[in-house]
Design a protein around this ligand. Structure first.
Ligand SMILES: [Zn+2]
Length: 356
């Protein structure tokens, strides 16, 4: 089908590391009856046309009218059930938790990503005020917990936008999260992304913030082996069985977005890890670190080489966002409440499990 071929191509184009890391971001295509959404736990760059989960739009719309309990866990479980029930017969996979948001946009194609270049704005102290100036037609969404709450809030804001401007927004900027671009044709999606990038790059240049983030250098095999050996004596659980490392960079010391928390945890361990230090960290944070920052290196830890690498990649992405955010009043970390919600979020842990 033409529609699926196009959204697959867009998923690959906007599935590079400039736009997403790990299983981040999602895409969709729709006609009047059906919305095809990227399945949860998959990566954009690896999608094939048959992978998209076909969802019956009218059945999914039941979500908008069903009363939901206030308790987040019970609510997300109910939402998951409604979403599963809306999946068309013969279609496989679990739809992305952001599927209802995709459904709420009338445009044929929706491409949601988390580019560091854009998050430099979305995760900055002056992000909202600056976005109003730079992108007056974009819809800005104040930070809200992902999942059902986010979808319903965006749906309401899209409706208000429509009342005001007579059409839906093409650009939606989500505070401490990323961007949604929607359009009826693929060329228009590409154009909108190119415009947003060009405008932001010009702002970074104006603020003397380098558009090219300095490339991180790999650690020598020797140094990595040495760290692996030292870490294995300190970290003894499966959470930290594998490590990846690069030479030092200015890593973020707090939570930036839901994806950063999912892949690299809210806070890194700073310094050479010791048994006592790690025990104190676990005592304070409730988890083992996924990122360790020493004087001369940054390490990612995980249950597999892939998850260790992803923890490190998200740490690098976080550093880029901190770097870009300097142009807009500096980085704005997530609140303790917002952070705790993600740390306890079942849906995301499902995604991470799928990612391995
Ligand atoms: Zn997202």
């Amino acid at each position: 089908m033409e529609l699926l071929a196009t959204i697959t191509r867009l998923s690959h184009q906007f599935g590079t590391s400039d736009y997403v890391k790990g299983g981040g971001g999602n895409t969709s295509a729709k006609d009047a009856q059906t919305v095809w959404v990227k399945p949860s736990g998959t990566v954009l760059s690896g999608l094939k046309p048959d992978d998209f989960v076909a969802i019956d739009r009218s059945r999914l719309a039941l979500l908008y009218s069903t009363p939901t309990p206030a308790d987040p866990q019970t609510r997300e479980a109910l939402v998951k059930d409604i979403m599963s029930a809306a999946v068309c017969p013969g279609s496989q996979g679990r739809p992305s938790v952001e599927a209802p948001l995709h459904e709420s946009l009338d445009a044929r194609f929706v491409v949601h990503t988390h580019p560091a270049l854009v998050n430099g704005l979305c995760c900055a102290n002056e992000g909202k005020a600056t976005a109003a100036k730079l992108f007056p037609k974009a819809l800005w969404i104040d930070y809200i917990d992902p999942g059902y709450t986010l979808c319903m809030k965006v749906r309401k804001d899209i409706h208000e936008y429509q009342q005001r401007y007579g059409k839906q927004p093409e650009i939606i900027l989500l505070e401490n999260h990323g961007i949604f671009i929607s359009a009826n044709c693929d060329k228009h999606i590409e154009q909108l992304y190119a415009d947003v990038f060009a405008i932001l790059k010009a702002e970074y240049v104006k603020a003397s913030v380098a558009v090219e983030f300095p490339a991180v250098r790999p650690l020598s095999a020797e140094k990595l082996a040495c760290a692996r050996d030292a870490f294995s004596k300190v970290f003894t659980t499966e959470h930290s069985a594998f490590i990846a490392g690069v030479e030092t960079f200015a890593a973020a010391e707090g939570p930036i977005s839901p994806d950063h928390i999912v892949y690299s945890k809210s806070f890194p361990y700073i310094g050479i890890p010791t048994k006592e230090g790690v025990a104190a960290f676990v005592q304070q944070r409730g988890y083992e670190p996924a990122v360790v920052i020493t004087d001369d290196a940054v390490y990612g830890l995980g249950t597999s080489q892939k998850s260790a690498q992803l923890a490190l990649e998200l740490a690098i992405d976080g550093a880029m966002i901190v770097h870009y955010a300097r142009a807009f009043g500096g980085i704005q970390f997530m609140s303790d409440r917002a952070r705790a919600f993600i740390e306890n979020w079942e849906v995301e842990s499902y995604r991470k499990k799928q990612m391995g």
